[in-house]
Design a protein around this ligand. Structure first.
Ligand SMILES: C[S@@+](CC[C@H](N)C(=O)[O-])C[C@H]1O[C@@H](n2cnc3c(N)ncnc32)[C@H](O)[C@@H]1O
Length: 351
């Protein structure tokens, strides 16, 4: 008889990868049906089915599966949200990340079904070139990507910015490529004298204004609609902040950072919050969502770790300090770059 196979390794990790789409489908379906809104309080499957107009028996199976993946708690015949679902998946809650999670299925931004064709035929697979400069994409993204900030990253970044030397005396900051503008709201809360300028394309800023109004920050914020590559960005800033936007300027970094340097007061700071790829551009997982868009555009737009800090020094910033921070979507790099201030000793360089 031939030997039967025995493998020292477990294929468990592969099974988990393959089950990913099923778990995502359960989660996304529950978000879309607003199941978590109902289960802030314990309810039986029949009640959920009646409220949402669903098939009662299949609803019970569905709620059991959501319990299996630890989003719900089942007690007797009733179900209610686990703390993680209650905090992040109830629509309308300030810390909801439901729209952010659905983004992975956004066919405009991340067309998963194109992967095989892109691999076989290259960037022109469908004759459609993805245009990341299209403001319609980012206007739609304002709602979903704000969840990233309100769901936990806002306080983390604001804390680091508030730790910059001299922050208490900062008067004016620019949020370049601000999207929702939520980072500015968190930073402004740390310094009552600080005024925020939000810069993005006009329609994006119009959408961001809803958050500014919701947090009653209208008198602390002004808007600068435009294209930061093609137009001026203003001047006299103590701080220029840029989060998850330099990817779109990766080919124009020296010119853009030169513009930022000129826009800062002496001694002012440029803070970049971006991906920083390591391990020969294969880690961390943070930018996995960039794989298919990069294939479609035919160019990479993730940053090798250290590239932004080096570019800042090359254009004349006096010093940089960089840190990698953990966020719920993976590791991100924060580069803090200071413009020289005649008379002050240079900050020491850390990494
Ligand atoms: C991925 S979103 C990031 C939004 C926000 N900063 C954040 O971290 O969540 C990128 C933003 O940069 C803006 N952007 C990209 N290139 C730009 C340019 N040249 N001028 C103005 N805004 C730009 C986009 O419109 C979009 O709102």
């Amino acid at each position: 008889m031939k030997h039967t196979p025995e493998v020292a390794l477990s294929y468990g990790p592969l099974h988990q990868l393959a089950m990913g789409p099923l778990k995502a489908a359960l989660l996304n379906c529950a978000i879309k049906l607003k199941v978590f809104d109902l289960l802030s309080q314990a309810r039986a499957a029949g009640e959920v089915a009646a409220a949402l107009g669903l098939h009662p028996e299949n609803t019970r199976r569905f709620l059991d599966a959501l319990t299996t993946i630890d989003l719900l708690r089942k007690q007797g015949a009733t179900y209610c949200n686990q703390p993680i679902a209650q905090a992040f998946l109830v629509s309308g809650s300030l810390s909801s990340v439901a729209a952010l999670l659905l983004q992975t299925q956004n066919a405009g931004l991340n067309p998963l079904d194109k992967l095989e064709r892109l691999l076989t035929h290259g960037p022109d697979a469908d004759g459609q070139v993805m245009d990341f400069a299209d403001e319609k994409i980012w206007t739609k993204e304002v709602q979903s990507s704000a969840g990233w900030v309100f769901g936990g990253v806002g306080p983390l970044v604001a804390e680091m910015v508030a730790g910059l030397p001299g922050f208490a005396s900062f008067e004016k900051m620019l949020d370049m490529g601000c999207g929702h503008g939520a980072f500015t709201l968190y930073i402004l809360e740390k310094n009552p004298k600080l005024h925020g300028v939000l810069l993005d394309r006009p329609a994006v800023l119009a959408a961001a204004a809803a958050f500014v109004d919701a947090y009653q920050a209208g008198d602390r914020v002004s808007y600068r609609p435009g294209d930061y590559l093609a137009e001026g960005i203003g001047e006299g800033y103590d701080l220029v902040f840029a989060s998850a936007t330099l990817n779109f300027a990766i080919g124009n970094l020296p010119a853009l950072l030169g513009k930022v340097l000129d826009a800062l007061k002496p001694g002012g700071w440029f803070v970049s919050f971006q991906d920083g790829m390591t391990n020969q551009q294969t880690k961390p997982e943070t930018m996995l969502g960039a794989v298919i868009p990069s294939m479609m555009m035919g160019h990479d737009y993730c940053f090798p770790q250290g590239m932004i800090a080096k570019a800042a020094i090359d254009v004349g910033f006096q010093s940089t300090r960089s840190r990698t921070v953990d966020t719920p979507i993976g590791a991100m790099d924060i580069d803090m770059c200071q413009k020289g201030d005649r008379g002050c000793p240079p900050e020491t360089k850390e990494s």
